[in-house]
Each structure stands twice: as structure tokens, then as C-alpha cells.
Design a protein around this ligand. Sequence first.
Ligand code: SAM
Ligand code: SF4
Length: 342
Amino acid sequence: MEASSTPAQPVDLVDGFGRVVRDLRISVTDRCNFRCTYCMPAEGMTWLDRAEVLTYEEIERVARICVERFGVDSLRLTGGEPTVRAHLPLLISRLAALRLADGRTPDLALTTNGATLRNIAGELRDAGLARINVSLDTLRRDRFLAMTRRDELDNVLAGIAEAKTVGFDPVKVNAVIERGANDDEILDLARWGRDNGVEVRFIEFMPLDATNEWERAKVVTQDEIVSTIGAVFPLEPVPARGAAPADRWRYADGRGTVGVIPSVSHPFCGDCDRVRLTSDGQFRTCLFATDESDIRALLRNGGSDDEIAALVTRAVGAKWAGHQIGQVNFIRPNRTMSQIGG
Ligand code: SAM
Ligand code: SF4
């Protein structure tokens, strides 16, 4: 494998709309130990063969090119469930060793369902993980079982506590709200976040489920979420989201912050700075993209760093303005959330 020389100065990866890429989301596996109803079917997922999935060396190489050549300063590991992949701390330590051309360390984060975090949070932190987001959609055990099809609520809560204990600060909790499933828990989740010192980020339900059950009526919008919380715990907006997907509010009484990721009701495509690498090595410029670029073929056929960088540049140059959820032109991607990497 040829490693071409790195240009002295990184160049920004700019798309046709002037947006600069800063964030690379890396899916490390399509597999998962949960079966969340809004993401996967109860049974019958077709998994990638092991040989199709990028090795840690391959992932590191793509990340290094993005960091060193293009100034990407944010790396997010996701899946599927990233913690089910063997030796995840090894990948984390490799990515934590990357440096931008100006010497900075890229921000390294992980999104997890938290089921095994109780046992591995310390190891992840020691490996160099900077931030952690844990998904938790309900505080009720029976509902947790219904929504994830696994009886793991206590483990997830213990995992969140352990993440705090080992020093992740802040710990963020992602809660997908689906009308009729858990929309009556918005206030309970917000209160729990305040009481436990975690920022809860409510996510609007997106049409990326495997069973095609998404419909607009099941989306609980940012406006509804904020007014539900604000009626009990007054909120003040935190200005300037920039490229971050979450809009944030602080509690007026000073007890923390809460966020909403309003992908459906207030799409933030105009500020998007993200690209994605799927676990089978496909480069995507949008969660909802209907096309992909095959980095794995280049990686495995002797492609040089220059050729990989050129593929990335071409793909970003062709990035669209944004998804069109809810409009007649919207086309669902042919992969689901867990296959792309949320
Ligand atoms: N397994 C990990 C987890 O659940 O945190 C990481 C992967 S998961 C696909 C990433 C995020 O996507 C999670 O917060 C999950 O709740 C969210 N998600 C999955 N399907 C979704 C959907 N249809 N709409 C909105 N968010 C979704
Ligand atoms: Fe697994 Fe995360 Fe999808 Fe739930 S949302 S099934 S935990 S990948």
C-alpha cells in the first residue's frame, strides 16, 4: 500500500454550496445488540460479511487523510452498535493519535446504546475517547423492552452513571421521540436529565427505519418538544448552533441544558459540515444520500492516498443542498439508519 506524501498545508473540503466539511462520522459495524423499532426489524436483518467490513487499519487510513489533508477536526464513531465490534479501544487509540496539520487533536466521540458501557467506559476513556453520547428513549422498563426489544434499561442507566464516573463531561443522552410510542415521556426525560446532570437531546423521528413505518404524523416536532418542556421548566435559547445538529436551550433556573435535533421540522442542511464512512467502506455526503462512493475498492486495490483524497474531494463537490423529507421529491435511501451509521 502506497502512502503518498501529505501536502504541507491542508485544503478545505468545500462543497458546491460553500459548506466546509469538518466532521467525519464513521460506522464501525452494521450489527447491533438491540433491535430498536424505529431502526431495525425484530428479525431478518441481513448482515455484512466480515470481509466486507473495513479493518481498523483501513478506517484509520481514511480518517488520517481527512484529518491531515482536509482539516477534518471531528471524528464520531457510530454503527450499528459500535461497542459490539471487537477491540474497539484499539481503534479509538489509533484515531486519538491523529493530529491536524496545526498540531490539534481531532475531537473524538462515540454514539452508543450504552448496554455494555458499565464495563467498558473506563477503557474507552483511557484509549483517548473525548466524548460520549448514549441513546435512551424511555425511563420505563416495559417500554424500554418494547422499543428496543431488549430488557436492558438498568444496564444503560448504569452505563450512563459509569461514563460520568470515569470523567466524560458532558455525557449527552439521545432520545428519539415517536408519537404514540414515548411522546408522553418528554417531560420525564427532561427532568431526569436535569436531575442527573446530563444534556438530553431529543431527536425527531426520521424516515430511516427498516420497516417503513415512518410517517409524518409520528414526528413530534421541535416546537412541540420545546413547548412541552418550557411549560414546566422555563427555557432560554442558547445562541449560535453553527454546524452542530442540535438546537440548544438552557434551563432558566440554571440546571443545565437541553437540545433538539430537528431534522424533519427544521432541517439544518444549510449548515451541514458532515460526511460519512459506512462500515463497508462507502463514502456518503449525507445521511439521506441516494448515492455513495466506493472507498473500499480503492483501499483494497492499491489506491494511493492521493487517489482516496481525490475521491473524497469529488464526492463532496457533488454534495446536494439537502434532503427533502416531507416533500414530494423525497426518496428514502436504500439503506437504513443502522446500515449507514447514525
Ligand atoms: N447504536 C448506537 C445508538 O443507538 O446510539 C449508535 C447508532 S444509532 C443508528 C445512532 C442514533 O440514531 C441513535 O441515537 C438512535 O436513536 C438514532 N436513530 C436510529 N434510528 C432513527 C430514526 N429512524 N430516526 C431518528 N433517529 C434514529
Ligand atoms: Fe441498534 Fe442504535 Fe439502531 Fe437501536 S438505534 S437498533 S441501538 S443501531
